[in-house]
Ligand binder design. Structure first.
Ligand code: ATR
Length: 276
């Protein structure tokens, strides 16, 4: 049986094993997918061990996404742009390919599952850490024409603008960096990519960034997203949590490994029903 895993620390909460097991069931692919808790200083060793045991691929989660590219022999353009990877594939010739499917997952969930167009949209990306870095390129590639990155540490937002400036110019999109309280205007789509809710803090931007009927997306799901979703709904925006992004990034990883596209919308609906 082909073996896959998700590596992280912590990893016990990960829903990836259940999602990939369901994908396998629905596509008729035969594989096993497990959780692997690796020590904070043991990621490289964990990957080596897993490959030696015949592992075919692994998903990478906190806090190892930025360490993953250095272990790969081939990195996709998305990985190079984001500086982070969430998917490794171990090929029979010993090569290790990596991709970052987080942004594709976010874009797929927004456009296909939520039915919100990104082509020509204005987007506010709140946060400039690893989560934000992973989705900025795909948001631009999906046609967002004006993207503002607001972050507590403005220098990190400016660095993301720098690293994505060439892509934005190539696509004819506008990129800007801002402080959290300096954001001007309202946006079609607001994406929360900060960890502020985990710290129990309030939503870090003013409600004036929301547009009535606009989409307010939190990349987290479950209790961690609730504060942001409640805030967005109270101000007339359409709230959406990151469960669909989770399923869609998994579907992209599954396709990267197996060459088969799983029915992600069905699996998302099943998960939503389970969690409701
Ligand atoms: P991740 O991989 O989840 O993005 P990260 O790289 O540590 O994790 O980034 C966390 C993000 O949440 C950053 O944008 C961080 O802001 P700073 O860059 O200023 O640190 C943001 N963040 C975390 N706690 C926050 C809070 N209490 N208020 C506002 N932003 C916060």
């Amino acid at each position: 049986t082909d073996l896959y895993c998700v590596m992280g620390n912590p990893v016990a909460h990960s829903r990836s094993p259940a999602i990939h097991a369901r994908f396998a069931e629905l596509t008729g692919e035969v594989l096993a997918y497990e959780r692997r808790l690796v020590a904070l200083d043991g990621f490289a060793e964990g990957v080596r061990d897993f490959a030696a045991q015949g592992g075919r691929g692994c998903n990478v989660t906190v806090p190892f996404k930025t360490e993953a590219p250095a272990l790969a022999t081939h990195c996709s353009e998305r990985v190079q742009l984001a500086g982070a990877a969430n998917t490794l594939a171990f090929r029979p010739d010993g090569s290790i390919h990596c991709d970052n499917t987080d942004g594709l997952g976010l874009v797929a969930d927004i456009t296909r599952n939520a039915g919100v167009a990104l082509q020509g949209a204005s987007v506010l990306l709140v946060g400039a850490g690893g989560a934000a870095a992973g989705v900025l390129g795909p948001l631009l590639q999906a046609g967002a024409c004006q993207v503002t990155i607001a972050n507590r540490t403005v220098a990190k937002a400016e660095a993301l603008v720098q690293s994505h400036q060439a892509l934005a110019a190539h696509l004819g999109a506008q990129l800007a960096a801002s402080s959290l309280d300096g954001v001007a205007g309202a946006f079609d789509v607001v994406v929360n990519a900060t960890a502020s809710s985990l710290a129990g803090d309030a939503v870090p931007v003013a409600a004036s960034v929301l547009r009535p009927g606009g989409l307010a997306y939190d990349m987290m799901y479950g209790p961690a997203a609730q504060g942001f979703l409640d805030w967005a709904a109270a101000h007339g925006a359409v709230p959406r949590d990151g469960l669909g992004m989770l399923v869609e990034q998994a579907a992209e990883a599954f396709a990267f490994w197996r060459g088969v596209r799983p029915p992600s919308a069905q699996v998302l609906a099943e998960l939503q029903a389970q969690l409701a």
